[in-house]
Design a protein. Structure first.
Length: 879
């Protein structure tokens, strides 16, 4: 096995160390599209000039293009001047400045990889990041070649809307029922930001007046009949535009901003200049069909893509290794926006929960890589939680280290100095080093090292001196190709409580005045810091607000977590105390050593937290959501998913029994009243109501089942409806079966709701869940070619249903491997993303690990594997 396994790793890839500036720059691009579903003609005229001398030939990327002709300065190119391969064209003997013209034919209908130009629902869409533009025309497809684009689109009248980046400068009718439009984008851009959309679309239009008083037209395009359903997205867009002005001083720069929704899309959304393209699941929402989570994600993704206009588009990446210079930064910006819209603490808890669920396992497994990787085979495989979410944590940590004012001054300098350029992580950090005069090389180290730092804190209180010494240690486990790690700057936001849970003041190291909270930064492998002026033996509350992306262990009595859970003024740490208590209790059960007294005490504490009138429902809902089975599997390898499932159910059942009266009263008291509103407060009430019902179902008495049925039947919004269905699913039986069938009948014409219907069933804990999932792959509404539908069923099963996916027979693994092999034939990007559940085999008990490895090996040995899947499966198996 080792031979096959190591082959993709040793296969030539792209290395950061090999970066060279482009041999040619492109000043102008004229594109001419004659659209037809299976035979589109693309003519490109590039104005090129040599960059930095020499007489190198011109090399342009191109994949799957049928060449029709080439010309240089208007003269057709003789066949002996150029060589075409499956990846590029090389043209010899070119002058220092010239125009290069090419004409190609492409087949958008046949393009099910959904990269380049493709069709969906009879319309045309593009996706070019990272390397999709080369599937449209010959071009130096790299982010450091910035050009001005003029785009002419010609099509039949059955495609009424013809859209591209920038401003519409001409349009008109042609003979034989055809028409055309010409777009010009005044801002030089890399080709990955090019976009084209054509077809019959409805429109919601609005206006935004910028801080300096310019009026911008906002247009959201959707499938016919859907326009009213993007009102929330429009509202989010306007709030995001204002927020970027107020918080980063960034105004929108064109007179028109467009977003188009598309059903078939490989990921979430794309920030093409002036013409964002969104997965329809992240744009379309109405009270009946969208959940609160949908609203939340729409708000955050609309903001994310809009924020890219400055962090990504005006300032882009020099090469794809620098991806986090736009993604990590932009995620940090969208998280800050969401926190302002929805509340700091609740947002932070959700962000950290996502980081731990997706990024921590990646960082601890075979696919670990630095936020700025230094080599790859397929860049598509590096749109990861590490680049996005850990990248965001590093920017947040930078801001914590230097403070909000210097952070803003550094960002101002960044925009001023690098506008219109393609930059590196070093360029980004240099701005903050310059405004603070500080050595920030430690921040760069955060970008260069894979692995989650493990921090340990040993507090020692000296009652005589009234001091608290903290012995701090940090270490990062070795990751592939990086055995030795340097210590990183780690800011610990901390405070102290007394035995009654009241805040205690203290004097921070180097300070004179007492304070309630301080940031202590340590950047050595071991360091001791001393806090002074502390009246009594304190309970430490550290890493408040999750001030650094690390794991932390504090040597403290078990009692301390109960005190923080009940009293910590930092809500993040209050939640964290509950999570860590619950995790340890469940893990004790997994090891067949249940701590029944501790469990009872924890459940009583939960009950008091539920009764606390001063905290919000959204926060209570998060407290009730005990660590997931996946969290537990990560916490105590080698994991036994069946034992984990049982242990988690047992603690939930105890909570349901002890707190039944309180849960029932909450469930009755939180019945939604009045018209639906997606605001955070109302969403919090719905979340808490679903959470108590979910908890009650762990007991699952006949009256609980009746309650769940009534909950589902009375639902007027999708959050409540799905809350009821998933509660019924826990009990199974006739009530569940008929509710699932009725749901399908009611929503069969709403693809986004039917995605939820597939996803719900994929999460079923019933013993026949896998058989049902397999049957569903044959359902008339199942279509693996639509990524949303495929992910709803297959990815949900593999990622969200650990107990059934990890069936001891290996049937779950076999199913996933079969699906990966099948979709890899037409959509390698989506196929590769499904490998993660198998890649974590080292964390599972040996019998399961062996079965998981065998499926990875089977995938790797299957003929005609894409480089995307080969790279990740190879890495997952390599020693
Ligand atoms: N830039 C896009 C975003 O931030 C994502 C592009 C993902 N591309 C890919 N090949 N996976 O939302
Ligand atoms: Zn992004």
């Amino acid at each position: 096995m080792t031979d096959i396994a190591s082959a993709p790793e040793s296969a030539p890839g792209v290395r950061l160390a090999d970066y060279r500036p482009p041999a040619f720059l492109v000043d102008e691009v004229h594109l001419d599209f004659r659209l037809a579903p299976s035979s589109t003609r693309v003519t490109a005229r590039l104005t090129l000039r040599r960059n930095g001398g020499g007489d190198a030939p011109l090399v342009l990327n191109g994949r799957g293009l049928t060449p029709i002709r080439f010309a240089i300065d208007g003269i057709p190119l003789a066949a002996d001047r150029y060589t075409v391969t499956s990846e590029d064209v090389t043209v010899r003997g070119v002058p220092d400045a010239f125009t290069f013209e090419s004409e190609v034919e492409i087949d958008p209908d046949a393009n099910r990889a959904l990269e380049g130009l493709y069709t969906s629902g009879g319309r045309f869409y593009t996706q070019c990041e990272a390397e999709g533009f080369r599937r449209i025309t010959w071009f130096p497809d790299r982010p450091d070649v910035l050009a001005r684009y003029t785009v002419r689109i010609e099509a039949e009248a059955t495609y009424p809307r013809l859209l591209s980046n920038g401003n519409l400068i001409d349009e008109g009718k042609l003979e034989n029922g055809r028409h055309y439009a010409v777009w010009q984008d005044p801002f030089p851009k890399p080709c990955y930001l090019f976009a084209l959309v054509a077809g019959d679309l409805d429109l919601l239009e609005d206006r935004f007046v910028t801080a300096s008083g310019r009026s911008v037209v906002l247009r959201l395009f959707v499938d016919p009949g859907q326009a009213p359903r993007v009102a929330y997205a429009m509202d989010a867009l306007k709030r995001a535009m204002r927020w970027d002005e107020e918080n980063y001083g960034r105004e929108y720069d064109l007179d028109l901003f467009m977003i188009v929704a598309v059903r078939d899309f490989n990921m979430g959304a794309m920030e093409n200049k002036g013409l964002n393209i969104f997965n329809s699941s992240l744009l379309i929402a109405d009270p009946e069909t969208a959940t609160d989570l949908d609203y939340e994600r729409i708000e955050s993704v609309v903001a994310h893509e809009y924020f890219h206009n400055w962090t990504g588009n005006r300032i882009t990446c020099r090469d794809w290794f620098q991806l986090c210079v736009k993604e990590g930064l932009t995620v940090f910006r969208d998280q800050s926006f969401s926190a302002d819209m929805r509340g700091e603490a609740v947002q932070r808890i959700k962000d950290v929960r996502a980081l731990r669920a997706r990024q921590f396992p990646e960082d601890a497994g075979p696919l670990a890589h630095p936020a700025r990787p230094d080599h790859y085979r397929k860049i598509d495989n590096f749109y990861t939680a590490t680049v996005y979410e850990k990248g965001a944590e590093i920017v947040r940590l930078l801001r914590t280290l230097i403070g909000p004012d210097d952070y803003r001054r550094g960002m101002d300098l960044y925009f001023q100095r690098f506008d219109g350029q393609a930059v590196t992580v070093e360029d980004f950090i240099s701005c903050f080093a310059e405004v603070t005069g500080r050595d920030l090389s430690g921040v760069l180290s955060w970008y260069l090292q894979a692995g989650t730092p493990e921090v340990s804190v040993t507090p020692r209180y000296d009652a005589g001196a009234k001091t608290l010494s903290l012995d701090l240690r940090q270490a990062v486990a070795p990751t592939r190709g990086m055995a030795d790690k340097v210590p990183l700057p780690i800011p610990l936001r901390l405070g102290l409580l007394d035995a009654e849970g009241r805040q205690q003041s203290f004097i921070a190291p180097g300070a004179v005045e007492p304070t309630g909270e301080a940031i202590v930064t340590f950047d050595k492998a071991e360091e001791t810091v001393t806090l002074t002026g502390i009246a009594e033996e304190p309970v430490l509350s550290t890493l408040r607000g999750f001030s650094a992306p690390v794991t932390v262990t504090v040597a403290e009595p078990g009692e301390s977590r109960f005190i923080r859970l009940a009293n910590d003024p930092d809500l993040f740490n209050r939640w964290e105390a509950g999570q860590s208590l619950a995790r340890d209790l469940m893990l004790a059960r997994v090891k067949s050593k249940p701590d029944t007294a501790g469990e009872r005490r924890f459940v009583d504490a939960l009950g008091r937290a539920m009764a606390d009138q001063s905290s919000e429902p959204a926060f209570k809902a998060l407290l009730l959501a005990l660590p997931s089975e996946q969290d537990l599997a990560l916490a105590a390898p080698p994991a036994d998913p069946a034992a984990i499932h049982e242990a988690r159910d047992a603690l939930r059942k105890l909570a349901a029994e002890v707190l039944r009266g309180q849960f029932e009263a909450l469930h009755d008291g939180l019945v939604p009243m009045g018209a639906f509103s997606p605001d955070a407060e109302s969403a919090g009430r719905r979340a808490l109501r679903n959470a108590v019902l979910d908890m009650l179902m762990a007991a699952g008495t006949p009256s609980d089942i009746a309650r769940a049925k009534a909950h589902a039947d009375a639902a007027r919004d999708m959050t409540t409806s799905l809350g009821g269905l998933s509660a019924l699913m826990q009990a199974g039986g006739a009530a569940y079966d008929s509710a699932v069938a009725a749901f399908y009948t009611r929503w069969q014409d709403e693809p986004l709701v039917i995605d939820k219907w597939f996803a719900l069933q994929a999460r079923s804990p019933a013993s026949d869940a896998l058989d049902k999932v397999k049957t569903l792959t044959g359902h008339p509404a199942f279509d693996a070619k639509t990524p949303n539908r495929f992910r709803a069923l297959v990815a949900t099963f593999a990622q969200m249903n650990p107990v059934r996916f990890h069936d001891p027979s290996g049937a779950g693994y076999r199913f996933l491997a079969d699906q990966i092999i099948a979709i890899d034939r037409f959509n390698p990007q989506v196929a590769a993303r499904q490998l993660e559940p198998l890649g974590g085999w080292r964390r599972y008990k040996p019998e399961l690990a062996a079965l998981m490895k065998a499926e990875l090996a089977r995938i790797l040995a299957s003929p005609d594997l894409s480089p995307n899947v080969a790279e990740l499966a190879g890495k997952a198996l390599a020693e």
